[in-house]
Design a protein. Structure first.
Ligand SMILES: [Mg+2]
Length: 115
């Protein structure tokens, strides 16, 4: 099972078995999330184009591990702060759709303020 709810429960079980909730204030959880995102970037540092794509193909497990680390912290932070992550993503997509109307944004890599 891998719904957001199931994954969150598994993260919380992992944490509770180790009595780590006491260390999980929102700032340190966000810090951990950012560090894991940096590890994701580190995997790609100094590579680009075809070399990067080949590197990621060869290191697929490392890529999956770092993505899982990032998502794990996102799930924990959302849980601890009482945020329904599924709903938050849906609501943010609606906000982004308003910021990036298809007729203005299709095929354009610009921030909404520049559209
Ligand atoms: Mg990691």
């Amino acid at each position: 099972m891998s719904s957001l709810e199931d994954l969150t429960q598994q993260m919380l079980e992992f944490r509770d078995e180790r009595q780590w909730a006491q260390f999980h204030n929102p700032k340190d959880v966000a810090l951990s999330l950012t560090l894991e995102a940096a590890e994701l970037l580190e995997l790609m540092q100094w590579k680009s184009g075809p070399e990067l794509l080949e590197h990621l193909k060869v290191n697929r497990e490392l890529l999956a591990d770092e993505l899982a680390d990032v998502l794990g912290w996102v799930l924990v932070l959302a849980h601890d702060q009482g945020i329904d992550l599924g709903m938050a993503v849906k609501e943010k997509l609606i906000k982004n759709a308003a910021k990036y109307p298809i007729e203005k944004a299709r095929g354009v890599a610009k921030k909404y303020t520049e559209l």
